[in-house]
Design a protein around this ligand. Structure first.
Ligand SMILES: Nc1ncnc2c1ncn2[C@@H]1O[C@H](COP(=O)(O)OP(=O)(O)OP(=O)(O)O)[C@@H](O)[C@H]1O
Ligand SMILES: [Mg+2]
Length: 356
């Protein structure tokens, strides 16, 4: 397993009673959309040995020690939630509660976050606790914070300032003491400039910032991640070098999540041990074909070998190839010969032959 390191282990130190938020709140009447960290959580392992990921690991362990807010930025699928859980799990205190801001929409939004009092509205037969109650004593992970509507941003800001809130229809102030971790794939600073995100809330969130690099900027993490996902989904499957190289060439717009789904798909489609390039999902295989067509077009165009419509005599092809190599090698004949995969004396002979 020399390919990769694992850091940030699962929350084994979390007491049994805190493994599930539902359990923690222990009541069927509770109103939750939270997920809790637990030992088998697929999000509790972080894989990566590239320089950017080593830096991320260093930041995570520093951030885990404090209780200040953390803002995690990164494209979709880069591992923002994995990192949020890792920060929490390194120094676990209380539950890890996910507040999915993109689902906090419509009239239920406030009651989901703050809970509601008995009789607050028709059908409110019992009091319900909200996500902020669930997060008390632990970490509240505000996922997709950039999606939070402006009025909710203001309400959240008040909670952060006063550490108190009131349930919908309630009179008493309730308290919740949580560590805030927020994540978004939006550029929050420019959202602030455009007036779509409150500046004061941005400052509150942006105490410690962690930017997750896209996978295409840390391709050396791909073999480790593939190995990790093979362990997770495969049954003795292996990826040979050429398939791995194709995976490393891909741009991965969906980042690690896309890679994970790809491995899952390849394992599902393959009953043998070896996953060949033919097993690559069509989107990746097509992109590979387009790339190689493009690059061979490039060679043809730049070497002047001609298009399929234009068939050149073999000697002319050779002459153009030599000229192109000399051009690329900036006149260095030894280098040109090496690029043409012929000996230096052969090159000299051919130069004479073609009168070059
Ligand atoms: N460094 C990593 N090591 C192992 N698995 C990872 C890593 N980064 C991401 N993953 C996996 O990739 C998937 C996506 O990760 P995650 O949900 O944390 O991404 P995200 O940045 O929150 O994405 P989105 O913006 O779409 O919500 C998860 O299944 C996660 O386990
Ligand atoms: Mg996410």
């Amino acid at each position: 397993m020399a390919w990769f390191n694992r850091f940030a282990h699962g929350p084994t130190a979390i007491p049994e009673s805190l493994r599930s938020v539902r359990h923690y709140l222990s009541g069927g009447e509770l109103f939750l959309i939270a997920r809790a960290a637990h030992d088998n959580s697929p999000l509790s392992t972080l894989v990566g040995t590239s320089q950017p990921m080593k830096q991320v690991a260093r930041l995570i362990s520093r951030m885990a020690k404090s209780r200040f807010p953390v803002l995690i930025l990164g494209e979709t699928g880069t591992g923002k939630e994995v990192v949020a859980r890792a920060i929490h799990n390194l120094e676990p205190r209380g539950p890890f509660t996910v507040v999915d801001c993109s689902s906090l929409v419509g009239p239920l939004m406030e009651s989901e976050l703050f809970g509601y009092a008995k009789g607050a509205f028709t059908g409110a037969h019992v009091q319900k606790l909200g996500l902020l109650d669930a997060a008390n004593g632990g970490t509240a992970f505000f996922d997709e914070i950039g999606e939070l509507p402006l009025d909710m941003q203001q309400k959240l800001l008040r909670v952060l300032q006063e550490k108190e809130f009131r349930a919908v229809g309630g009179i008493a102030q309730r308290q919740s003491n949580f560590r805030l971790i927020a994540a978004t794939n939006r550029d929050l600073a420019s959202e602030v400039e455009k007036g779509r995100f409150r500046q004061d809330l941005y400052y509150r969130l942006n105490v410690m910032k962690l930017r997750l690099p896209p996978l295409r900027e840390r391709r050396e993490d791909i073999p480790g991640l593939v190995t990790h996902f093979l362990e997770k989904y495969g049954s003795g499957h292996e990826v040979p070098t050429d398939t791995m190289e194709a995976l490393m060439r891909h741009e991965w717009p969906g980042n690690v999540r896309e890679l994970e789904h790809t491995v899952q798909q390849m394992v599902a489609m393959n009953s043998g041990q070896w996953i060949s390039r033919g097993d690559l999902p069509s989107a990746i295989a097509n992109a590979e074909r387009e790339k190689s067509a493009l690059s061979s077009d490039g060679v043809r165009a730049s070497s002047g070998v001609g298009t399929s419509a234009e068939i050149l005599p073999l000697a002319e092809v050779e002459k153009r190839a030599i000229l192109h190599a000399l051009q690329v090698a900036k006149g260095d004949r030894t280098l040109a010969a090496a690029m043409l995969e012929i000996g230096r004396t052969t090159l000299y002979r051919k130069l004479k032959e073609y009168g070059l």
